[in-house]
Design a protein around this ligand. Structure first.
Ligand code: GAR
Length: 194
């Protein structure tokens, strides 16, 4: 069985989308994948409640308990390693990771970012796309490297930016696509490495 650990900070809708597809497509049997745990840097993240409701083990490592980014990442890594994962999935995990963490999971750490990378790395992607006059926006699943929101692109989906769009409306349109492409990208990761 190949273990997957998902890291979240908030509502966990991408995590839930992956869990639902995993159940529907019976990833447990084929290709032998198990959602081993959902871990958050925020103990109050509603996504943890959602994960427990989906029958997935949860854990929390509050980043505020640590004096440095390095100390937090080391503690997080120790809790991830309990599950010996083949893949670590960042799903709305809103922490910048240290080079040591990224190096440890090199090639088995992926992220979803709500823009068409390499455009709009960082935060406020939807408002920035609207302000720039973009006619399309979207979402990217990519390998994580030490540089923020860089790394090989694994999947993308495009949505239109509509006249009068607000960041909120655009974010909702993009999120619908996130829920479609992230489960597919996770499955494809294992099919590629099989
Ligand atoms: C998603 O839109 C994801 O793309 C974004 O946070 C949201 C999390 O939603 N991630 C980033 O901005 C990472 N830089 P969710 O908790 O409902 O999955």
């Amino acid at each position: 069985m190949k273990n997957i650990v998902i890291l979240i900070s908030g509502s966990g809708s991408n995590m839930a989308a992956i869990a639902r597809v995993a159940k529907k497509e019976n990833w447990h049997e084929m290709p032998g994948l198990r959602l081993a745990a959902v871990i958050s840097n925020k103990p109050e993240a509603t996504g943890l409640v959602l994960a427990r409701g989906l029958g997935i083990a949860t854990d929390a490592v509050p980043h505020l308990d640590f004096a440095s980014r390095e100390a937090f990442d080391a503690a997080l890594m120790a809790r991830i390693e309990v599950h010996a994962p083949q893949l670590v999935v960042l799903a709305g995990f809103m922490r910048i990771l240290t080079p040591e963490f990224v190096k440890h999971y090199d090639g088995r750490l992926i992220n979803i970012h709500p823009s068409l990378l390499p455009a709009f790395t960082g935060l406020d992607t939807h408002q920035r796309a609207i302000d720039a006059g973009c006619k399309v926006a979207g979402v990217t699943v990519h390998q994580v490297t030490a540089a923020l929101d860089h790394g090989a692109i694994l999947a993308q989906a495009v949505v239109p930016v509509l006249p009068g769009d607000t960041a909120c409306a655009l974010a909702a349109r993009v999120l619908t696509q996130e829920h479609l492409i992230y489960p597919r990208a996770v499955r494809a990761f294992f099919e590629r490495s099989a």
